[in-house]
Structure formats: C-alpha cells, structure tokens
Write a protein that binds this ligand. Structure first.
Ligand code: AMP
Ligand code: MN
Ligand code: MN
Ligand code: MN
Length: 286
C-alpha cells in the first residue's frame, strides 16, 4: 500500500512532461496512486484520455490544469482542480494564454538567435511536438544542441528569470481572472508551490492573502519541488491564517527526477482540510 496515494499535480507530454498520458497513468498506477490530477500547463488536451485510462486502474482521475497568471509583476501558477472541461470562460482564457505562449516562444527564440544559437525555434518546435511550448522545451533544446550541460544550466544561463539572456517577460491574465475562470468551470482554485516563488516572505504572505480574498480555495502545502518540513510548516501556517484548504502534488515532469516521484509526498498536517474534501464526488457523498 502507498501510505499517501493522492497526487494532484503532474505533467504529461501535452505540456512539459516527458511521459505520454498513457505512460503517466501506468506510472501512477505502478506507484499505487489512487487519486491523480493531471495538471498540464494551460491545456486540457490530455484529460479525456487520462480519464478513460485511469478507469482501467481503478484510479480516480481529477480533471486539472496549471494556469499561468500574473500577480503584480510576478508570474504565479494557479491549479484548477475538478473542473468542467467545456466551460467557455475557461476555454477562452486558456486559448488566450496559448496565444501568449506562442508569441513568447518567438521572442525567446529571437533572443537565443542573438546569442548565437542557430535555428532556435525550429529545434524547439521539434522538442515540443504538438504540445504547448514551454521554457522547458527551450531548455531541452539547449541541452540536446550541446549549448548547456543540463536543464538547470539552461535556466541559469538563458531562461530562468528577468535579466537572463533569453528571458521574455509575459503579461499572463491577472490572478483574479484565472481564479474566476476556474470557478466558472466549477473547479477549486489552488495556488501552486507557494514556497517556490522568488519573493520575500512578506510578499508571499501578501500573495496568499490576496489569493484568499479573491476566493481562492487552497494552496499546495506539500509540493514536490520544495519538499522539506520547514516549507510544509510555512505553507501550512499560511493556509491556517487565511482559512485555505491544503493540497499536495509532486509536480512530476519526468520519472527520473527521483525526488519528485509519485506517492512520495510528505503528508499535509492533519488539522488542515484537504482540498479533495471539496471535490464534487465527495460533496455528493456527504
Ligand atoms: P513556462 O511556463 O513556459 O514559463 O515554463 C515554466 C516551467 O519551466 C516550469 O513549470 C518548470 O517545469 C520549468 N522550470 C522552471 N525553472 C526551472 C529550473 N530552474 N530548472 C528546471 N526546470 C525549470
Ligand atoms: Mn513545468
Ligand atoms: Mn508550476
Ligand atoms: Mn507544474
């Protein structure tokens, strides 16, 4: 038995994960995950297939998405969990974000070309296939073309943040707009990986406060990329202070990133309400 069989954040090849949907579901089943949310960046493309395949493993597939949003001058990620797929408001905003991603990709490629990286866009399109183009695809291209030794170096040198050689600032929809679209789709809005943003602790508190004021439902308390007792405590304190539910997710992109494996999450503190108590199948049972 997996002691912690819930994972509400992961990526497939429809965004920047390396596994196809079917490989991802198989991988999750092998780790004895019982409830899985597929949360690709700004696309719902993999959900129908994931849902069909999960049934064959008696796994509950939660329909999800990880949306890019702007808070002040910062990019933040908001998960929409337990969403309806056919809500026009949500689909419209996702289409807008996909357009922004396409335009940003062209700008990133131009900057890389100016750094002497030939055919940056063509090579990156090959990396991305039919998926949304993310910075991860640019990073993989830089590694595969021999410009960087690994993804970390690619982000550090070129892509990571304002000031890097190929960083392009993008005005994603406002956090408020994204939360409203998730609510229009009857979903739960969850602030992803709150401890991973490069902001001060005072700003982090202001971010979570505003997220709650805007009607946000929960924050990731146990988040794969930033798993340690200190971060869990700080995020749990913020959830308590602002009356938010707690979520947990590995943010799995690639199963070789062993620290982000499915089902290896530290549990969320017991006094916090898990976000999945708000999912519709739970509410119907209550
Ligand atoms: P994007 O949404 O296109 O701006 O790309 C953001 C994605 O890049 C994140 O979801 C991560 O998967 C990845 N990423 C960001 N920073 C790093 C990093 N330092 N190393 C590896 N991957 C990163
Ligand atoms: Mn990603
Ligand atoms: Mn994210
Ligand atoms: Mn993610």
């Amino acid at each position: 038995m997996n002691p912690n069989p819930v994972d509400l954040h992961c990526h497939s090849r429809h965004s920047d994960g390396v596994l196809s949907v079917s490989e991802l579901i198989k991988h999750a089943a092998a780790q004895q995950i019982q409830m899985l949310a597929l949360t690709d960046h700004d696309t719902l493309a993999g959900i129908d297939e994931a849902q069909t395949l999960a049934r064959g493993h008696e796994m509950l597939l939660i329909r999800g998405v990880e949306m890019s949003a702007t808070w002040g001058s910062h990019t933040v990620h908001v998960l929409g969990l337990d969403i309806d797929l056919h809500t026009p408001e949500l689909r419209r905003i996702l289409a807008d974000i996909q357009d922004l991603r396409g335009k940003r990709a062209e700008d990133i490629a131009s900057k890389l070309e100016r750094c002497g990286i030939a055919d940056a866009m063509q090579h990156t399109v090959v990396e991305a296939g039919h998926s949304e183009i993310t910075r991860t695809h640019f990073a993989r291209m830089l590694v595969h073309q021999g410009h960087c030794k690994d993804l970390t170096q690619a982000f550090k040198r070129y892509l990571g943040q304002q000031g890097k050689r190929a960083y392009v600032k993008t005005q994603w929809p406002a956090m408020q707009t994204v939360i409203a679209a998730i609510h229009a789709a009857n979903g739960q809005a969850v602030l992803a990986h709150p401890m991973s943003y490069k902001i001060s602790s005072r700003q982090r508190r202001a971010l979570v406060e505003e997220f709650a004021e805007l009607g946000g439902n929960g924050i990731e308390v146990s988040a794969g990329g930033a798993q340690n007792p200190q971060n869990i405590k700080l995020a749990a304190d913020l959830a308590r202070e602002f009356g938010l539910c707690a979520s947990q997710g590995s943010d799995l992109h690639d199963p070789i990133q062993r620290w982000l494996r499915f089902g290896r999450l530290m549990p969320i503190p017991e006094d916090l309400a898990p976000i999945w108590t708000q999912f519709r199948y739970q509410r119907a049972a209550a």
